[in-house]
Design a protein around this ligand. Structure first.
Ligand code: TTJ
Length: 644
């Protein structure tokens, strides 16, 4: 294992430095992993798995296993070369010990490949170690098995050789238990890990990642393995949409130290669902790589359309937006030293990424279009339609803008507004149906609660063009009631109510209607959701009466609990509400609207989950019936229970 050439004095200095480093991490964990909430907890897993993914990117590992063990400990195993066990000369310690005990020493020990480190990730295994009650690493290398254990980041014995393994076997296994005195939440959520691990697998083609839950009563497993990588990611995102053509267009190459992969496919919808990644980490604010992609796309399609007389002399060029209508795309770049900019450091700044993506996509897309004229034609025609619709929408919007200027923002006729004019105190209930709207108007607290009843089905904005959307009465009513405007006119400062509460029946139709409304807000006023102004009301499902006393149950489990408490006999009268309309105003107030007693769910929006949210809305709103079944389960992920 090499020899220790350092003097004792240097060794001592080293120890102090390590302890100081770990101390800093334990003192300010948020600085290193973002937060100590559930999010930070899950982040520890990604941090460790990233190391194995790096080994896979370098070409030495093809399988990673992630296991949640009893007691919410995590085990990550890979079949890579194994973290080096030889002495690192600078520190006089085995390299593996350096990896786990010295801050920011998570890098490569020789060997090429891209280091996956961006955003909050890439802080290194030592941070995970420092924040774990205990951590054990086992390395399989050249027929031998090595092990070291740490407690709260400090080794409890030197690296030891504990046995032999078959000479062909190699790899690294790390098992750790997050420190319960540091994390507010120590229970892992399988579905959260599953989502990110699936994404990692899509972004690293060919890799096989197995996720397993071994906790008692929670046993389950999934295997993620995509030979097609981001091509399959695009198929996955488009699975409930109708693709405009069969192929997924794929470009790949390397330029100026930037490895670029792009996959894309248009569908019949009208949204742009482009997601960009740097070193496997999502960049919700885009950056140079996204700019390069957009430039290449616009330029290449306009050249093609002109050269093939799809766009005639003197006709307006297709805009980027036109070409991106109904596009699902993944842009993934790998770069040695990513620079992140912007307020949340989520925007790629490296200028070489712009040029690399632009030139690789321009060249390969041009070739693809020449080889696949029917696909090229389908995309150009869709873009031309988009161009015409956008022009019509602009005219319709100009008209409504002028109108609102003239009529001085008159509020919709159906709105029963509140008297208080301070948005902070005000809430608006968007109510499905006129009859429930009537009850809500009677029940409400006039000073602070406004009611906007909407009639029938809300327009599905996933399936309508802008001109139709702007012409829709229900949507116009919401826009003027909220007061914020939409798209580029959107101004959160003008919001007239700080709680927008969607109130629908507690059944499948009601859920569908709330989703339609949420879809509209998500696409046209995402900041409303982002900033936490949007809520779902929770009307009860059952009313239980016994000896003149009344209980309300909001789900079946609660009903069971109530019945257990009060006893099950002939004296109970149970009523199942089929809709809001069955409640009289007083009941509606008491159960669903009274701020003192009601339950609201706040709709939340996690930027990192954007592709998954997009998928959810699309699944719910798209044409395919089958995927819609997952609705209730998935929707539950985007709400947060609040008692407000
Ligand atoms: C680095 O270059 C020399 C050969 O070994 C390479 C290496 O360190 N590979 C490696 C590290 N594979 N897997 C890891 C690893 C795996 C886990 C689960 C956790 C950590 C910190 C590293």
């Amino acid at each position: 294992m090499g020899t220790n050439t350092n003097t004792n004095a240097e060794y001592g200095a080293d120890q102090i430095q390590i302890l100081e480093g770990l101390e800093a991490v334990r003192k300010r964990p948020g600085m290193y992993i973002g937060s100590t909430s559930s999010r930070g907890l899950h982040h520890l897993v990604y941090e460790i798995v990233d190391n194995s993914v790096d080994e896979a990117l370098a070409g030495y590992c093809d399988t990673i296993e992630v296991t949640i063990l009893e007691g919410d400990c995590i085990r990550v195993t890979d079949n890579g070369r194994g973290i080096p066990v030889g002495i690192n000369h600078k520190s006089g310690k085995p390299a593996v010990e350096v990896v786990f005990t010295i801050l920011h020493a998570g890098g490569k020990f020789g060997g090429g490949g891209y280091k996956v480190s961006g955003g909050l990730h890439g802080v290194g295994a030592s941070v995970v170690n420092a924040l774990s009650d205990w951590l054990e690493v086992e390395i399989f290398h050249e027929g031998k098995v090595y092990r070291q254990r740490y407690e709260r980041g400090v080794s409890v014995y030197p690296l030891e050789m504990i046995g032999e393994c078959s000479p062909g076997k190699s790899g690294t296994q790390v098992t750790f238990c997050p420190d319960g005195t540091i994390f507010e939440e120590t229970v892992f959520d399988y579905s959260v890990l599953k989502q990110r691990i699936r994404e990692m697998a899509f972004l690293t083609k060919g890799i096989k990642i197995c996720l397993e839950d071994r906790r008692d009563g929670k046993e389950r497993e999934d295997v993620f393995h995509y030979e097609g990588g981001i091509k399959e990611f695009v198929c996955y995102l488009n699975h409930s949409k109708d693709p405009l053509y069969g192929d997924v267009i794929y470009c790949e190459g390397e330029k100026d130290g930037v490895y670029v992969e792009v996959a894309m496919q248009h569908n019949e919808s009208f949204n742009d669902s482009t997601y960009s990644f740097v070193n496997n980490i999502t960049t919700p604010e885009g950056g140079t790589h996204l700019a390069g992609f957009r430039n290449a796309l616009t330029k290449t399609f306009n050249s093609y359309a002109k050269a093939n007389k799809i766009l005639k002399e003197g006709e307006a060029a297709l805009s980027g937006e036109d070409i991106r209508e109904g596009l699902t795309a993944i842009i993934s770049v790998k770069i040695e030293e990513p620079q992140f900019e912007g307020q949340t450091k989520q925007k790629l700044g490296n200028s070489e990424a712009r040029g690399a993506v632009d030139s690789i996509v321009s060249e390969q897309l041009t070739y693809f279009l020449e080889q696949n004229p029917s696909v090229a034609k389908a995309i150009c025609e869709k873009s031309l339609m988009a161009q015409r619709a956008r022009e019509a929408a602009r005219k319709a919007r100009d008209l409504t803008r002028r109108k609102t200027a003239l009529e001085n923002t008159s509020l919709p006729g159906k709105l029963a507004d509140c008297s208080d004019k301070d948005p902070k105190n005000c809430e608006i209930f968007i109510v499905e149906g006129d009859s429930a709207g009537g009850s809500a108007k009677t029940a409400r607290s006039r000073a602070t609660q406004a009611i906007l009843p909407l009639r029938g089905k809300i327009l599905n904005v996933e399936k309508a063009r802008l001109d139709k959307i702007y012409g829709n009465a229900e949507i116009k009513a919401m826009i003027t009631a909220f007061g914020t405007g939409i798209h580029e006119d959107f101004d959160i400062e003008k919001l007239r109510y700080h709680k927008i509460i969607i109130m629908t029946d507690a059944d499948v139709d009601g859920a569908h209607i709330s989703t339609l409304m949420l879809t509209f807000m998500y696409r046209f006023m995402p900041d409303l959701i982002r900033k936490g102004f949007v809520y779902l009301a929770k009307p009860p499902l059952y009313k239980v009466e016994r000896n003149k006393k009344v209980w309300y149950a909001y789900d079946d489990i609660e009903l069971e609990q109530i019945l257990k408490e009060i006893g099950r006999d002939g004296n109970n009268k149970i009523q199942r509400y089929k809709g809001l309309g069955e409640m009289d105003p007083e009941q509606l107030w008491e159960t669903t609207m009274d701020p003192e007693t009601r339950v609201l769910e706040r709709v939340i929006f996690n930027e990192e989950d954007a592709s998954e949210i997009d998928l959810t809305f699309n699944t719910l709103m798209g044409d395919k019936v089958e995927p819609r079944r997952e609705f209730i389960e998935m929707n539950a992920k985007y709400v947060q229970n609040l008692d407000v």
